[in-house]
Ligand binder design. Structure first.
Ligand code: NAD
Length: 496
């Protein structure tokens, strides 16, 4: 059986642990590899090598650090299809969607290659007589990242390229459900010329994460995953005096105004709700129909009924299986609860089968109407191909509904009215807003700005905010003496 190596001090090594977790192909449930839970000694080796390498990496000129990212970008593009194939096999994603997962990561590496201009500080001349002030951004030290299963290329690439380009060293703990893709990313990073020890990849689950959250060497922790774990990471990491950014779960609403283009609305809802089997933190899981637009629900049902899941290399499949049998059981049980609590089940994806793959974690497209805020299908992040329709009378009602949600990752409005769109973008308490765009994930020169219960921390992923997260600002105030200068003893706090 293939085993997933640890990547410590620039070597891919077999773990000495006796605790292993199976990695499965979600389309068949066959075990395709085993991933280790790193031992304490292995975790300590990774941490101490990262600390040791930081001493030389932080002195590496910023333009050299940028060039590693340029070479890495080129290698990732060269191996794009190959990485996507590995990713498809361990997540079940369709090949096109897997390529998208890799591509959105490559874009962050491109951004990290701009690090010299992103790290520029500020200067002001003559803040007092012949005194200048200037600031530098300097790396923190050893940073760590803990990533979820649903984007095994993009989310690790949100983290380590930006942190390392800033001059830090990094320890990645990928999801134990799909560790093969991040391992390939690490191999290519080394091929790109990253010095040994700049990136370490450790594997495991809670115990290994706890080491990263408590070890005093680690200065900052980036996390992406579910709400309960996200809260735990933020609370534990900050209690241990670390800088933490913690991206958590979501429930994203799309508001449909009656003046929107009906066909565009239906296309957007189909793709954004069941794409990637609904396993995206920016998936649309709630459609809020305003006024007469609710008459389109019947056509939405027809469109969704034509969509089917399938194997990663089936070009006609819209999406793949859920990541695990446990995830499938959970989604099916939430569908049952929705029905029991009175939502109208217009399309039922339970019991879905795919020809030739009887053991896959399939769930068909599922559509509820008449959903209300007291139902579990509204309050839980289902993370499956399930869309809940709600009906309201006005834009004001839609805004109130969305603002009452504890989550704030993404939302969108479909309308042809500039006034409605402007009002929505201004009044909505959600960090990423799409106007006639269902999944508004910002490109890396902006930042990924989830709000409320979808994010704990202040500086977000990639963009200028990531540079602030992974650096400290040092401000220097300088005066150079010369013969004509006469500086008396100064007993006040004022600079003069
Ligand atoms: P998860 O929280 O189960 O796991 C995430 C990571 O945390 C994994 O590496 C896992 O090993 C680790 N972990 C799990 N339990 C832990 C514990 N008790 N203590 C410490 N570490 C633990 O999440 P998942 O199921 O892999 O990913 C899906 C979730 O991620 C969804 O809720 C989704 O919305 C969220 N997500 C959020 C964003 C965002 O940007 N907000 C992006 C992608 C995914």
């Amino acid at each position: 059986m293939k085993t997933v190596p640890l990547y410590i001090a620039g070597e891919f090594v077999e773990s000495q642990t006796d605790q292993w977790i199976d990695v499965t192909n979600p389309a068949t449930n066959e075990v395709i590899a085993r991933v280790p839970c790193a031992t304490d000694a292995e975790m300590q080796r990774a941490i101490s090598h990262a600390a040791e390498t930081f001493k030389s990496w932080k002195e590496t000129p910023v333009s050299e650090r940028a060039r590693v990212m340029m070479r890495y970008q080129a290698l990732l593009k060269e191996h794009h299809d190959e990485i996507a194939e590995i990713l498809s096999q361990e997540t079940g994603k369709t090949f096109e969607d897997a390529k998208g997962d890799v591509w959105r990561g490559i874009e962050v590496v491109e951004h990290a290659a701009n690090i010299p201009s992103l790290m520029m500080g500020e200067t002001v001349e003559n803040v007092a007589r012949e005194v200048d002030t200037y600031s530098y951004t300097q790396p923190l030290g050893v940073c760590a990242g803990i990533t979820p299963f649903n984007f095994p290329a993009m989310i690790p690439l949100w983290m380590f390229p930006m942190a390392i380009a800033c001059g830090n060293t990094f320890i990645l703990k990928p999801s134990e459900q799909d560790p093969l893709t991040p391992t390939r990313l690490a191999e290519l990073f080394e091929q790109a010329g990253a010095p040994k020890g700049v990136l370490q990849v450790v594997h495991g689950a809670k115990a290994q994460v706890d080491t990263l959250l408590t070890d005093p060497v680690i200065k900052a922790v980036s996390f992406v995953g579910s709400v309960p774990v996200g809260r735990y990471i933020y609370e534990t990491g900050t209690r241990n005096m670390k800088r933490v950014q913690s991206f958590a779960g979501a429930k994203n609403h799309m508001v449909i105004m009656p003046d929107a283009d009906k066909q565009q609305v239906i296309n957007a809802l189909v793709g954004a709700s069941v794409g990637a089997a609904g396993q995206r933190c920016m998936a649309i899981s709630v459609a809020v129909f305003v006024g007469k637009s609710q008459e389109w629900i019947a056509e939405l049902k027809e469109a969704l009924a034509k969509v089917r899941p399938g194997a990663w290399n089936d070009g006609a499949a819209a999406y793949g299986p859920l990541i695990s049998r446990q995830a499938k059981d959970r989604v099916e049980s939430l569908i049952a609860t929705g029905e029991a609590q009175g939502a109208k089940l217009l399309l039922d994806g339970r019991g879905c089968m795919v020809d030739g793959l009887p053991d896959g974690n399939w769930v068909g497209p599922t559509l509820f109407a008449g959903v209300t805020t007291d139902m579990d299908v509204y309050n839980e992040e289902i993370f499956g191909p399930v869309l809940s329709c709600m009906e309201v009378d006005s834009l004001a009602d839609a805004i109130e509904l969305v603002n009452n949600s504890p989550y704030g990752n993404g939302t969108s409005i479909f309308t042809n009215c500039g006034g409605s769109a402007r009002r929505y973008q201004h009044e909505i308490d959600v960090g990423q807003v799409g106007i006639n765009i269902p999944i508004p994930v910002p490109l890396p020169f902006f930042s990924f700005t989830g709000w409320k219960g979808s994010f704990y921390g202040d500086q977000h992923a990639y963009g200028k905010q990531a540079v602030r997260f992974y650096t400290e600002t040092k401000t220097i105030t300088a005066r150079w003496f010369h013969s004509e200068m006469d500086v008396d003893a100064n007993f006040s706090i004022n600079l003069r």
